[in-house]
Design a protein around this ligand. Structure first.
Ligand SMILES: [Zn+2]
Length: 454
């Protein structure tokens, strides 16, 4: 800008010089100065289209008292700055608290921490659909997270993490927020690590299908509600009696049947397929993501039974990777790299950063994904996922229940819909709030009905 000022002194009344200086002032958010400079330029070059365009933009920002910083995927502003007060204006509801984040001496979080230097002067467009974000946010009433993906691109359409904080109250109420028992500043969607439980039966079933294991080698399996492995009791959550097929094992989420599948497959295969689905794989994104983990070593048959059913210490998943699992099946076996920032534009409207959809991993074959889809549809129509049934639409889903913290049960549900032409894939985690089929499946039903229903 100093250069333009200098130039304008040397060559007074130069249209290009005034335009450049105006844009520089504009990018620094000196809106009134920018308006005055554009007007000077127009006095020299009446009707000039560029000067007119920028003058109109500056005038609009002044009239609205808002400079847009961040937009959702449909151009809805979700973070702005007031021209008059110089203060950030967060979107009306605080449902994007962890995504937009915060940046002060007290708290550094989310995009304002990671990409805060982008402003002023640039705008960010997110993959987030603020309508879906609002639907997901109001559907989840417990502590926990919801992540919704576009299975075809990997775009993150919504990411909710409860409990939420109000960014306007952080400075005043920081110590109250800090003392809350459920960490209010943790982005559970991307950084929360939980025991996966039965949602990982998708992984075990994938390995079973692709290793060519026939159902005859496994079934029937007798489930008495528990069994003894190496002197330790391994539990199912119910007495299922005679489980005759993999379909029935998935519908009823029988742990005894899945420990049998795991024992025949061996741990190498469980480990291999967990890695294929995104465990032990760091995700490079504009926001921090914790790496989901499954241990390399399996020391006993009991541990193998645990891992085959998604249980055990050191077996940990983020809601983001749980959504990726559903997304992989929805997308014919191909996992797209999840991403949240679509593009960054400078004040001239030039794209200075852009993220394109990219394949993260080819996880399973198309036929395997098609078979899993049938099982997951069945699990919602007839199995434990029935509370996610939506009238007039096929939903493919899998429930899970785990125990991460010892405080209570963590309820999981991963799903995609419509099953025959998936528009969304998602994971729901209800932290220490009950069984997946009771607490998480109904959240999915509400989100799918509201998001995709007529
Ligand atoms: Zn059972």
């Amino acid at each position: 800008m100093i250069e333009f000022e200098h130039h304008n002194k040397l060559v007074p009344g130069d249209r290009k010089g005034l335009l450049g200086q105006g844009i520089s002032l504009h990018a620094l958010e000196r809106i009134q100065d920018a308006i005055d400079t554009y007007k000077k330029g127009l006095a020299v070059a009446p009707g000039n289209s560029e000067l007119t365009k920028y003058l109109e933009l500056a005038q609009k920002q002044k009239d609205k008292d808002a400079i847009d910083y961040i937009y959702d995927r449909n151009g809805v502003p979700v973070l702005r700055r007031s021209v008059a007060k110089g203060k950030l204006i967060f979107s009306a509801e605080s449902n994007m608290d962890k995504i937009i984040g915060y940046s002060s001496d007290k708290l550094k979080l989310g995009l304002l921490d990671k990409m805060g230097k982008t402003f002023p002067g640039n705008t960010i467009t997110l993959c987030i659909d603020s309508r879906l974000q609002r639907i997901a946010s109001s559907a989840l009433s417990t502590p926990g997270a919801v992540v919704i993906l576009d299975p075809k691109t990997g775009a993150i359409l919504a990411a909710v993490s409860n409990p939420k904080f109000n960014p306007d109250k952080v400075e005043k109420e920081f110590s109250r927020y800090k003392s809350m028992k459920n960490n209010v500043f943790l982005n559970r969607a991307f950084e929360g690590l939980y025991e996966p439980g039965s949602i990982c039966k998708i992984i075990t079933t994938s390995a079973m299908i692709e290793c060519g294991l026939s159902e005859k080698e496994i079934f029937p399996v007798k489930c008495n509600g528990s069994m003894v492995i190496e002197g330790k009791v391994f539990f199912c959550w119910e007495k299922h009696g005679n489980v005759k097929s993999v379909e029935e094992a998935i519908d009823q989420s029988c742990n005894i049947a899945f420990q049998k599948i795991g024992s025949v497959l061996g741990y190498d295969k469980i480990y291999e397929y967990a890695n294929k689905y995104g465990f032990n794989t760091p995700i490079d994104m504009q926001l921090p993501v914790a790496t989901s983990s499954v241990p390399l070593e399996c020391e006993s048959k009991y541990e193998l039974a645990d891992r085959s059913t998604g249980l055990g210490k050191d077996f940990r998943i983020t809601p983001l990777i749980a959504a990726c699992m559903a997304s992989t099946v929805a997308n014919g076996g191909m996992l797209m790299k999840p991403y949240i920032v679509k593009e960054v534009k400078n004040i001239l409207g030039d794209v200075v950063y852009k993220e394109e959809p990219a394949v993260m991993k080819n996880v399973i074959k198309k036929e395997t994904a098609a078979q899993l889809t049938l099982y997951m549809v069945d699990a919602v129509e007839r199995g434990l996922g029935q509370k996610a049934r939506v009238q007039g639409m096929k939903v493919a889903g899998k429930t899970g229940t785990a125990r991460t913290s010892g405080k209570g049960l963590d309820g999981w549900f991963v799903c995609f819909a419509p099953a025959d032409n998936p528009k969304i894939a998602m994971a729901i985690l209800c932290d220490a709030s009950g069984k997946g089929m009771e607490v998480a499946a109904p959240v999915a039903k509400r989100i799918i009905s509201e998001a995709l229903g007529q």
